[in-house]
Write a protein that binds this ligand. Structure first.
Ligand SMILES: *[C@@H]1O[C@H](CO)[C@@H](O)[C@H](O)[C@H]1NC(C)=O
Ligand SMILES: *[C@@H]1O[C@H](CO)[C@@H](O)[C@H](O)[C@H]1NC(C)=O
Ligand SMILES: *[C@@H]1O[C@H](CO)[C@@H](O)[C@H](O)[C@H]1NC(C)=O
Length: 338
């Protein structure tokens, strides 16, 4: 069986199984405001897929050795779900053959937080990698927000109402109260974070602080670092953030934080932070490169046809945005495919 067959098989079988643990986010089309200022018309006509299983349970899929052949020779997926032995091995698709996953391969419960006005790529960049990884690794995704249901990338500010017309919505599957136990928590940035930063509502900070002791890793993309800073968790840690707002953010949140001006991403103990928007993809790549190893990640990144920056101190945008303390770094470094 070729790799393509295997991948097709996995895709078809996963779509046949409701409730299977795969990191597939749900998106709704953008909220459209057709020229009436201050009024939002919600698109109600989109059928929603069934809600995903809310219980924090990782299920394994066992792909049979030989697919059953039909008359026209098309392989028919024969998935079986195995709930009794969660540590059971799954096929590793690294090189197109079925190999066993290393013993160190543990299921991961990954949470990402949404708030009105998140930056789409801050969320979707890391999730693209997660989505691909979850085809061969046990990764359960929880999309967490103050309330369940659609969360718009449109910032929730009166002066911005209706100004960003192409704002997609994503479905939050969990609230801060009912989110399952998490191994990794990622806080994206976006315009909405700048609004949250000045908000008296501390529910996001409270959630991050409460969950932190049990997390293996806490990550932020772009202005998501503000939420970490406000939670007090960046004290004594290296961190970086959105380079176009770098001076402003690092001046406002300076208390004991070792802000790094020249950084695509930083890693300090349990905490990973990335620079603006697309840098979140490079951080997520580097993070999972540590978890699953370069061979797995090479496959994921090449299938995405994305050449990640592999040098965490590569940061031409610190130069573009004249960041205080930034050296004119290797701004012309050109990443090559892995
Ligand atoms: C695939 O990878 C496994 C484990 O890394 C290795 O044992 C096997 O020889 C590889 N097969 C091919 C065809 O490269
Ligand atoms: C980065 O900061 C700039 C300046 O404050 C802001 O305009 C921009 O929206 C921020 N980018 C993101 C993705 O939050
Ligand atoms: C990926 O992992 C390999 C092996 O651990 C390491 O040599 C390499 O530096 C890592 N790359 C990045 C970008 O972290």
């Amino acid at each position: 069986m070729t790799y393509l067959h295997l991948q097709l098989l996995l895709f078809v079988s996963s779509s046949l199984m409701s409730g299977m643990a795969i990191a597939a986010p749900q998106i709704q089309p953008g909220t459209m405001n057709l020229g009436v200022p201050g009024q939002i018309t919600r698109n109600q006509g989109v059928p929603q897929r069934p809600a995903i299983n809310q219980t924090p349970q990782i299920q394994n899929v066992v792909i049979p050795q030989q697919p059953i052949q039909t008359q026209n020779n098309m392989p028919v997926p024969q998935p079986t779900q195995d709930k009794s032995t969660p540590k059971q091995q799954k096929p590793d698709m690294t090189n197109g053959t079925q190999t066993s996953v290393p013993a160190t391969d543990k299921p991961i419960s990954f949470g990402i937080v949404l708030f009105p006005g998140y930056e789409p790529l801050d969320v979707m960049g890391p999730l693209q990698i997660l989505f691909r990884l979850s085809m061969s690794k046990s990764i359960k995704l929880s999309v967490i927000a103050a309330q369940k249901g659609p969360v718009s990338a449109q910032p929730d500010a009166p002066q911005l109402k209706g100004r960003i017309l192409a704002a997609p919505q994503m479905i939050a599957t969990n609230t801060f109260e009912d989110a399952p136990e998490l191994d990794i928590l990622l806080i994206p940035g976006g315009w909405g974070m700048l609004i949250l930063a000045d908000n008296v509502d501390a529910s996001l900070q409270k959630f991050i602080k409460e969950r932190y002791p049990k997390l293996q890793n806490l990550m932020s993309v772009c202005t998501g670092a503000i939420a970490l800073a406000k939670s007090g968790l960046l004290k004594g840690k290296q961190a970086t953030t959105n380079k176009s707002a770098y001076d402003e953010i690092t001046t406002k949140y300076s208390d004991g934080i070792k802000w790094v001006p020249n950084a695509r991403w930083t890693e300090d103990g349990k905490i990973w932070t990335s620079s603006g928007v697309a840098a979140g993809i490079d951080m997520t790549y580097a993070f999972f490169n540590k978890t699953y190893g370069p061979e797995v990640m090479k496959k994921v990144m090449n299938d995405m046809e994305y050449a990640p920056h592999t040098n965490s101190r590569y940061d031409p945008f610190s130069v573009v945005f004249n960041v205080r303390g930034a050296a004119a770094s290797n701004a012309d470094e050109c990443p090559k495919p892995l």
